[in-house]
Design a protein around this ligand. Structure first.
Ligand code: AMP
Length: 304
């Protein structure tokens, strides 16, 4: 099964304690679709400006990503600048230039409208809603967001959260959106809006997946070298949704396995700047790290 994703395709300028990348390829939809493309077909809905190099589009197509829904319009491509300190869990946004995003009117190609899996990656919630309204009968819809949209468009964002099955969000953003310091209570509040599940990303501390009745926890894979956490959340979401679309297994067990695939994909992405690690990643490495993940988290049943 294929996934339709709407989100940003961007130029990022990123500084970490280990280096700096200027105007490198980034964006929520770029990371998501590249990651998901290891598991399933992906169709991209996004916008870029006249300054966006053809080589980046060629890269996405080389991953078998359908770019018919990638519009190129007059103006400059969305640009995000951020910095990470030694605590790599939280990005500090230095600048956000929406540029062509302000004039973007997503119109889904006819071939996208019967998609069964839809991911509304981090982008203006009004655009997320416009895309959601064009997909006829999706089997599973998930969304992400970030502090920028929580503070600038809280009402539009609330509408999106009320209309999806799964919300994928950072720990800090779950707290910011609800105004609730306790993460479990914040999760309950978001689920009460109407989604069935909430996946909370916690950087190097891993992921929590909540339903109204259950909680599942997965650690982040312990790495010796982390260079650039940019895109870790979107890469996680791409592995998570990609695996679900591949198997069609939406049971609790299937969703837990998808969480681990998402965590495996994110663990690769942070090993290099921009999408550099994803560009040289091979499926057999994903399988090997999944197996290590199983060893990492398995323990005996109680025996006393
Ligand atoms: P993350 O997975 O949260 O690290 O996402 C990083 C990506 O989000 C970067 O490549 C940015 O281009 C993109 N981004 C940053 N700010 C925004 C925003 N306000 N809306 C959509 N995408 C953004």
């Amino acid at each position: 099964m294929s996934i339709v994703v709407v989100g940003t395709v961007a130029f990022d300028t990123v500084e970490t304690p280990f280096g700096r990348g200027e105007n490198v390829l980034g964006g929520s939809a770029t990371y998501f679709s590249t990651s998901a493309s290891f598991f399933t077909d992906v169709s991209l809905v996004a916008v870029v400006g006249e300054d966006f190099p053809e080589e980046h589009v060629t890269f996405l197509q080389s991953r078998n990503i359908d770019t018919v829904g990638l519009q190129r319009i007059p103006g400059k491509t969305f640009h995000w600048s951020g910095r990470y300190g030694y605590d790599l869990n939280e990005a500090q946004t230095l600048d956000t230039q929406l540029n062509v995003l302000m004039d973007f009117k997503p119109v889904l190609p006819e071939s996208y409208r019967d998609a069964e899996y839809l991911f509304l990656a981090n982008i203006d919630p009004d655009l997320q809603m416009q895309v959601l309204e064009q997909v006829r009968k999706p089997k599973l819809v998930a969304c992400d967001t970030m502090n920028f949209w929580i503070s600038s468009k809280p009402e539009a964002l609330k509408k999106v959260l009320q209309n999806v099955d799964i919300v994928v969000i950072n720990e800090g953003e779950a707290r910011q959106f609800t105004g609730e310091a306790n993460l479990v209570k914040a999760a309950r509040q978001i689920i009460a809006l109407g989604c069935k599940r909430l996946v909370v990303k916690r950087g190097e501390y891993g992921v929590l997946m909540f339903t109204a009745e259950t909680v599942f926890a997965a650690p982040a894979y312990p790495l010796e070298e982390v260079f650039d956490p940019t895109g870790a959340g979107d890469t996680f979401a791409g592995g998570f949704m990609g695996y679900l679309a591949n198997t069609g297994d939406l049971s609790e067990e299937g969703l837990r396995q998808a969480i681990v695939f998402g965590s495996v994909m994110a663990s690769f992405n942070v090993e290099d700047f921009s999408l550099n690690r994803m560009k040289r990643l091979e499926y057999k490495e994903i399988q090997a790290r999944f197996a290590s993940f199983k060893v990492l988290t398995s323990f005996r049943d109680i025996s006393i």
